[in-house]
Design a protein around this ligand. Structure first.
Ligand SMILES: Cc1ncc(COP(=O)(O)O)c(C=O)c1O
Length: 446
């Protein structure tokens, strides 16, 4: 059957959208970002319809969340059934099957050796927050290593680890003490020596880490290392395997906890259930959220049993692991395991080939990187210097919106392709065609 999207009948924002935007702007907190004037009426699969009847191809999935597509019938049916039974009883204090089943499922899915246990949260930032408490309680140490470009959430502990944009931290200090940031290893561009042709960014990173341990913090006082195995908000960067291996070794040698934040990369997005499986490097603690319940608020701390040692009553949550969210998660995991992570791998490869072709055609695409349906196109002013093309991404987003494609940026000058995992080859071809058009049309003066 022919697809009924993209289909733009009224340039967004149309009259209905404008009314809602006005209402929102009058009463909602000014802290929200609001990337562009998309006002959603409904969604289905990879299609989003706005309140003026425009239909878009969604290549951002509500920031990499709508893993099974919008309102997947099986997820909606599971939500309806659970909601008809009970909405809340508080998992911290009482029991229900859906909660225990999600914990079981994630503990069994957790990659790497050993048995695992699970704590359920409402969001990614709560998973980060809980993990900070867990690693402190477990190691009796305080210091944490995090990475430039990292994003772990917006609560106080999480922003102390963040280093992707200063706006997340500015005005909110003092932050957690004992957090040390090192450079994430970007194979395209060494962030340490500044040489655009640096042949060995990993060697630079090792030197940087050694200097930290020589000058500022003793390795045996490090509680944990928090890493996104594929950098998300910071630019969709896939590190070399040695980077993750280095920190695995460090944690093993010094008794620190290796935490992988898979809030964005987890649950099938990269074509495997978890990104760590691509590298065959496994953490002690894994954080999940975003795609876990297809858009219902659910996050998780999945830890080795030997690490999840905090005692009775040390941590809990009123809403975390809500029965309706747990039902959505079980339906989501069935779909991801059933076919969607395989689809992400297959269509991801098609999209990657197409994006690389775009890079051959357009000089301003400096790098295309990613795994599965987590792909970044980095825009540069000059391929030789690799200077980021700052200011271009918002223009591309708006031009794509007008043509019926929903995109989202990350890093300083990267477009992320993070569609629902249900897209097919036709969706991929449509997105690539519109991307090609907007890249040809849009320029920002220097
Ligand atoms: C890697 C990563 N960690 C944590 C978070 C925070 O998640 P939440 O917005 O659900 O608090 C995000 C959100 O973008 C993320 O991408």
């Amino acid at each position: 059957m022919a697809k009924n999207y993209p289909h733009v009948v009224t340039p967004p924002p149309g009259p209905n959208a404008r009314r809602i935007i006005e209402l929102d702007e009058r009463y909602a907190s000014p802290s929200y970002i609001k990337e562009y004037p998309l006002v959603v009426e409904r969604g289905e699969g990879a299609m989003i319809e706005d309140v003026d009847g425009n239909r878009y191809l969604d290549f951002m999935a509500g920031i990499a969340v709508a893993s099974t597509g919008h309102s997947h019938p099986k997820v909606v049916a599971a939500i309806r059934e659970a909601a008809g039974k009970f909405l809340h009883i508080c998992s911290t204090d009482f029991y229900y099957e859906g909660f225990a089943r999600v914990c079981e499922r994630l503990a069994k899915l957790a990659p790497g050796p050993g048995r695992h246990k699970v704590f359920l949260t409402n969001s990614g930032t709560e998973a980060t927050e809980g993990a900070i408490k867990l690693v402190r309680a477990h190691t009796k140490r305080q210091n944490i290593i995090a990475f430039r470009g990292a994003f772990h959430g917006r609560s106080m502990g999480a922003i102390s680890l963040d280093a992707s944009k200063v706006r997340y931290r500015r005005l909110f200090g003092p932050l957690l003490p004992g957090v040390y940031h090192l450079s994430y290893v970007d194979p395209y561009q060494c962030r340490i020596c500044g040489n655009p042709d640096c042949a060995d960014p990993m060697a630079c990173a090792v030197r940087e880490a050694e200097a930290l341990f020589h000058e500022r913090v003793a390795p045996d006082e490090v509680a944990a290392v928090f890493i996104e195995p594929v950098l998300g908000e910071g630019g969709y960067i896939v590190p070399p395997r040695e980077f993750l291996q280095y920190w695995r070794r460090f944690c093993d040698e010094h008794g620190a906890v290796l935490v992988f934040d898979e809030v964005q990369s987890g649950v099938g997005r990269t074509g495997k259930m978890f990104a760590s499986e691509h590298f065959e490097v496994y953490p002690d603690v894994m954080l999940l959220a975003k795609g876990l319940a297809s858009g219902m608020p659910l996050g998780a701390i999945v830890a080795k049993e030997s690490v999840m040692t905090w005692g009775h009553g040390t941590h809990g949550s009123t809403f975390g692991g809500n029965p309706v969210c747990c039902a959505a998660a079980l339906a989501t995991l069935d779909l991801i395991e059933g076919s969607l992570s395989g689809n992400a791998e297959r269509i991801g490869a098609v999209l990657m080939r197409g994006a690389k072709e775009l890079a051959r055609k357009h000089e301003i695409i400096g790098d295309v990187r990613g795994i599965g349906l987590m792909i970044g196109l980095k825009f540069v002013r000059d391929r030789a210097t690799k200077e980021p093309y700052v200011g271009l991404v918002p223009e591309l987003e708006r031009a794509a919106l007008a043509k019926g494609l929903l995109l989202l940026g990350c890093g300083r000058s990267t477009i992320r392709l993070a569609p629902p995992l249900v897209i097919d080859e036709e969706d991929a071809a449509t997105a690539l065609r519109i991307l090609d058009e907007v890249i040809s049309e849009v320029r920002v003066p220097a």
